[in-house]
Design a protein around this ligand. Structure first.
Ligand code: COA
Length: 181
């Protein structure tokens, strides 16, 4: 087995990355010497943005962190972590409602890979209600999403809505399995 390094992986769909995600990244980047933001290529969610777009948006959003890198991954998260030689998966716990799913995922991942630990960080309480889905919905319905997303996500949302939406028609929803925001 590859020797594990001291990096951490923060994985998600990031469709698109929000200020809540960035808050968590900032916390992780203070604790770990290297943080890999892993963007899930295949997901059960119907995403608004392609994996390439999600990676590019996230990359622009985390530019100011010298120890954060962004990469797409496919397949099992624990297999990806092993390939990267990373033994820590960081997850965010925003509210009690996140707990059950996170508990299930952490224990499943532990069963598959006992050498990989999941740790939980709490985002700032101001961001605990944000989800990518709510951001997409607000944007789609003409609301102001500027308080919820970094500039690269805002630009991408505007481009997407400007480019694809005849007024009043949905631009490709994709609700969360859980955490509908
Ligand atoms: N701030 C703002 N929003 C947050 C947040 C935070 N700190 N933390 C989570 N969210 C939001 C996300 O934006 C997302 O919103 P959306 O559903 O509206 O798009 C929602 O909460 C769920 O986020 P998360 O729990 O991170 O799930 P995800 O779908 O983004 O990522 C993977 C889940 C990709 C990490 C997981 O499915 C995975 O590991 N997949 C790989 C395959 C695998 O290994 N499967 C076995 C797992 S046991």
């Amino acid at each position: 087995m590859k020797a594990m390094n001291r990096a951490a992986i923060y994985a998600g769909t990031f469709d698109p990355i929000t200020v809540g995600h960035l808050d968590l990244i900032e916390r992780a980047a203070r604790i770990f010497p290297r943080v890999i933001l892993a963007v899930a290529a295949s997901t059960s969610k119907q995403t608004w943005f392609s994996v390439k777009e999600r990676v590019n948006i996230a990359r622009a959003a985390v530019e100011r962190f010298s120890n954060v890198e962004v990469e797409a991954f496919e397949g099992l998260l624990v297999a990806y972590a092993r390939r990267k030689g990373v033994a820590v998966i960081v997850r965010g716990l925003r509210a009690f409602s996140d707990f059950e799913f996170e508990f299930q995922m952490a224990l499943t991942n532990r069963k598959m890979a006992p050498d990989i630990e999941t740790i939980f960080l709490m985002p700032k309480e101001d961001f605990s209600y944000i989800s990518s889905h709510t951001v997409r919905e607000i944007a789609e319905l003409g609301g102001d999403v500027e308080p919820f997303v970094p500039p690269p996500s805002l630009d991408a949302l505007r481009r997407r809505l400007g480019a694809t939406r005849p007024p009043g028609s949905p631009a490709g929803k994709g609700r969360s399995r859980r955490r509908s925001g």
